[in-house]
Design a protein around this ligand. Structure first.
Ligand code: GLC
Ligand code: MG
Length: 547
């Protein structure tokens, strides 16, 4: 693209907040509580913008902020154009957007188009009778031949995806909880309503959306049965009996994405700058790269960023991760831009999943995420290598853990309050207040202590972000795999930088790099000369300025 050509020619081009910057996911109930009710809120986030600016963040994605009965913690929306009372008011959201903007931070909301709450007025109307105005906003079907559910589709939260509605004698589709009925995206009226919802928020200054269950909103029109899972399918599918072939990722989803992209591209209005076009970031939960790439369309007409769940669910292993990144580099449409993340509110925290609560491993992982070609998303707490907090599944607030009873399904463990300091209340809430989910070990991980310590993970993350943002090679520069000893991953970014990371328990020597250590997970090495060889201890990584 023009931008790259200019960069290659050494012309300074304005940075893009979402391609060159670093984005940060906030779980609003758990970030900062301004009113001492134990629940994080929008005013609390505004009070903590200093931290995000200091860290170098250019955009935040807020997990659901809309009114909801909270059966699935906001992912069951009862009103798409308002703010959840637990989190504050529309004025609080406007104030957050404006205050963030003053610091160069854009705000993305979470849009949940796959399903509503069963208490949304559309569904309340839909269940009132078969000829109700909003009946076709949802997916209804008569029983199958055996009198049971219409087909074999499964809920992502366990059991059949169909719920019987006695009063009107039909099943409705709900691919998550029965109180989260799926919308019918074959209905043009649904499409029109969502266009309006997008425009409503863009007009308020929202810089885009993370789109929940983006890959699955359109289902097979004929409701064909899903085929059985086979041993060749991804490990994450192996606990299911059938593979979501007809119940998700249908080709027609791309019509909807193109439609939303034109709504986003068309948003301008008086005074809008080119960088103000809102972006669409998809929760594209597919587990094959060739299924992921189409979500970018041509690279200009569908999503701006499509989350890469192969990477999220990969082991912290050099061969595995390198193969995924090489696949992205080879398969991405022209003009499209990768995105990498290691943690989120469903998959858990990278410090535990990838790093097994070992800080050296977490630092190596963060160095990778922050130096790949693609937008990094950090999840609140990643910057201090916050691990999952072990919690008793018996008292889980997460409906999935309650439904399946499997401790590993408990997403509460990665949604606990941000530990700002080690005083009572953790700097998150008032000293005497009970946070909605418990803290982990406040002494072991908190922002204030790490801020005092230049060797901390917090400083490493901040310095990596700063280096990335000021170095064109680390933002726009090409990715190229370099020779590496077993267990290590070595890559070049642009002409000027190389990254070498040892993802193993034994030391290695990486050959062929000459320059100077710009940043290392061992901060003492910074500035050291590298002369054709660099030795890396276990789980050690360096960014080398070549030359
Ligand atoms: C997405 C969300 C998850 C939610 C589900 C149903 O996967 O990330 O938290 O439970 O959708 O909305
Ligand atoms: Mg509060």
């Amino acid at each position: 693209m023009a931008e790259e050509t200019q960069a290659a020619a050494g012309i300074d081009v304005p940075a893009s907040w979402w391609r060159d910057g670093v984005l940060y996911q906030i779980y609003p109930r758990s970030f900062a509580d301004s009113d001492g009710d134990g629940i994080g809120d929008l005013a609390g986030i505004r009070e903590r913008l200093d931290h995000l600016e200091w860290l170098g963040i250019t955009g935040i994605w807020l997990n659901p902020t809309m009114p909801s009965p909270n059966d699935d913690w906001g992912y069951d929306v009862a009103d798409y154009c308002a703010v959840h009372a637990d989190l504050g008011t529309m004025d609080d959201l406007d104030a957050l957007i404006a205050a963030a903007r003053e610091r160069g931070i854009r705000v993305l909301l979470d849009l949940v188009p796959n399903h509503t709450s069963d208490r949304h007025p559309w569904f309340v109307d839909a269940v009132s009778g078969r000829d109700a105005e909003h009946r076709d906003f949802y997916v209804w079907a008569p029983p199958g031949p055996d009198g049971g559910p219409p087909n074999n589709w499964l809920s992502n939260f366990g059991g059949s995806a169909w719920t019987w509605h006695e009063a009107t004698g039909e099943y409705y589709l709900a691919q998550f909880l029965p109180t989260q009925p799926d919308l019918n995206w074959w209905n043009d009226a649904v499409r029109d309503r969502f266009d309006d919802i997008l425009r409503f928020w863009f007009a308020r200054g929202v810089a885009g959306f993370r789109i929940d269950v983006c890959h699955a909103i359109v289902k097979d029109r004929d409701l064909r049965d899903d085929p059985p899972v086979t041993p060749a399918d991804h490990r994450k599918l192996q606990h299911r009996s059938v593979k979501p072939v007809y119940s998700a990722n249908r080709p027609e989803v791309h019509d909807v994405l193109r439609r939303w992209r034109s709504v986003a591209d068309g948003h301008g209005g008086p005074g809008a700058e080119p960088g103000d076009t809102p972006i669409l970031v998809g929760e594209t939960y597919v587990l094959e790269l060739d299924e992921l790439m189409p979500f970018y369309g041509t690279g200009r007409d569908e999503l701006h960023l499509a989350f890469n769940f192969l990477f999220v669910h990969a082991d912290l292993d050099a061969d595995t991760m390198r193969a995924i990144v090489e696949g992205v580099e080879a398969g991405l449409p022209p003009d499209a831009w990768p995105v990498y993340t290691g943690s989120n509110h469903d998959a858990g925290r990278l410090a535990t999943r990838w790093a097994q609560d070992d800080e050296a491993r977490a630092r190596a992982a963060l160095l990778i995420v922050l130096t790949l070609r693609g937008t990094p998303f950090l999840y609140y707490g990643d910057e201090i290598a916050l691990p999952n907090v072990p919690l008793d599944p018996q008292s889980a607030l997460d409906p999935v853990a309650r439904r399946t009873g499997r401790p590993s399904d408990n997403r509460d463990v990665c949604r606990t309050p941000m530990p700002w300091t080690d005083v009572p209340g953790g700097g998150f809430t008032a000293a005497g207040a009970t946070p909605w989910l418990p803290f982990g070990d406040l002494g072991a991980h908190n922002v204030a202590a790490q801020k005092e310590d230049p060797a901390s993970t917090l400083h490493l993350v901040r310095d990596l972000i700063a280096l990335r943002r000021r170095t064109r090679d680390l933002t726009a520069g090409a990715y190229a795999t370099l020779e590496a000893p077993a267990g290590a991953w070595v890559y070049r970014r642009g002409d000027g930088f190389a990254v070498a990371v040892n993802l193993a328990d034994t030391a290695v020597t990486v050959n062929g790099l000459t320059g100077r250590v710009a940043i290392g997970t061992d901060r003492a090495r910074e500035g050291d000369a590298v002369d054709d060889a660099v030795r890396l201890g276990p789980w050690e990584g360096v960014v080398v300025a070549l030359g």
